[in-house]
Design a protein around this ligand. Structure first.
Ligand code: NAI
Length: 362
């Protein structure tokens, strides 16, 4: 039974492993002593065979956790997936239900992502990226680098969960007026932080800067499309550190070309899995949309690094390995996600207290 499994029987296959993952997980694993095998490749239908013999998989944002892959890893004996991230839009939760338990790290550092979003705004507004290159060339001209005072301008924050709330507080620090849209407005937060919850249309119409902090769900794919962009204030700055598929990239490119959008800061991209986190500097870029985006001097793209702070990686490793410990020691799985709710914690857990469905007999 899971409750009596020996530590030596817990075998973790760690996909899409980078050197920094190893550093933080090996350090944290000194507290647990699990067998961890690091695979540099992403999990996919082609690589699923590598997971054979591993009861536990540690996965990330661009691993393929579709029903086809879930069937393969289930046949190979995997019963637990620990996501080392908060988002789980790449997991087919319905396919996983009653086969593989899926746990995540719901919170590791909202500050990391919000601070990165703020860095993108500041860099784009004051053209820090251009100034840096100019000065390296001993060009000390400031012509063309003019920005605007953020103080007194209006920011629209879409999604006021953990990260969106920190973002509101940062922007309030700049003296900005704050508008927000969330499916579940938090009125106590609104009055504490001076945030006005409004409908999306009005947020688009009134915001000088829009920052996206909601999850990608079935309902909001391409929420920022040509129609949404047409409703925005001319000269808006758009920031997306959430998920690439929230923005229709072709429509964004049009908005940049016709100067409706003054600048865009993107930490995510809808087809990022081919490129982000990888060194592709000696290859020809075949993704025309990404190539077009990188050609704009008023677009800053970072490679999904919003989460990438020491504090966040420490917390990710600690929570992920604690999730493994909770599963194998029969504890309640507070970080489990399942298809009942596609949210965690799962309401079904109130019925059987421990998990969304019983844990397997090894
Ligand atoms: P959270 O779960 O604390 O908050 C999400 C908020 O969005 C909630 O208040 C929810 O009510 C709201 N929401 C859900 N659907 C919505 C919709 N259709 N429209 C408007 N609001 C909606 O999540 P958290 O921790 O704040 O993370 C937000 C997102 O940030 C994650 O889902 C993930 O996609 C992204 N993220 C990006 C990282 C990066 O490295 N760039 C790292 C971590 C998270």
């Amino acid at each position: 039974m899971t409750g009596t499994i020996k530590k030596s029987e817990i075998k973790i296959a760690f996909f899409d492993a980078k050197t920094y993952d190893r550093e933080f997980f090996d350090r944290e694993n000194k507290n647990y002593g699990y067998e961890i095998k690091y695979f540099p490749v992403k999990l996919s239908a082609d690589t699923a065979q590598l997971a054979k013999g591993y009861n536990t998989l540690c996965l990330f944002v661009n691993d393929d956790i579709s029903s086809e892959v879930i069937d393969k890893i289930y046949e190979n004996g995997t019963r637990l997936i620990v996501m080392r991230c908060a988002g789980y839009n790449n997991v087919d939760l319905k396919a996983a239900f009653k086969k593989v338990h899926v746990l995540r790290v719901p919170e590791y550092s909202p500050y990391a992502v919000a601070e990165h979003a703020a860095a993108l705004i500041l860099a784009l507004n004051r053209k820090v990226h251009k100034a840096y290159n100019r000065v390296r060339d001993h060009n000390f001209s400031i012509a063309g680098l003019m920005g605007f005072d953020m103080h007194g301008k209006t920011a629209g924050v879409i999604g006021t969960g953990r990260i969106g709330k920190v973002m509101c507080e940062i922007l309030r620090g700049f003296g900005m007026k704050l508008l927000a849209f969330d499916r579940y407005p938090d009125s106590a937060f609104a009055s504490r932080c001076g945030v006005e919850y409004i409908e999306l249309k009005e947020l688009y119409r009134r915001s000088d800067i829009i920052s996206i902090h909601c999850p990608l769900t079935k309902d909001n794919f391409h929420m920022i499309d040509a129609d949404a962009i047409s409703q925005m204030k001319p000269g808006v700055i758009l920031i997306n550190t959430s998920r690439g598929q929230l923005v229709d990239t072709a429509a964004l490119v049009e908005g940049l070309k016709n100067e409706k959008i003054k600048a865009a800061g993107l930490d995510v991209y809808e087809e990022e899995s081919e490129y982000f986190f990888e060194d592709k500097s000696d290859e020809i870029m075949v993704d025309d949309l990404l190539a077009r985006l990188t050609s704009f001097s008023n677009v800053i793209i970072t490679s999904h690094q919003g989460f990438f702070t020491e504090e966040a990686l420490n917390n990710i490793a600690a929570t992920t390995l604690q999730n493994v410990a909770d599963y194998y020691s029969g504890n309640a799985l507070k970080n489990e996600i399942c298809y009942h709710c596609s949210e965690s914690p799962c309401p079904k857990k109130t019925e059987n207290k421990l998990s969304c469905f019983p844990r397997d007999e090894k």
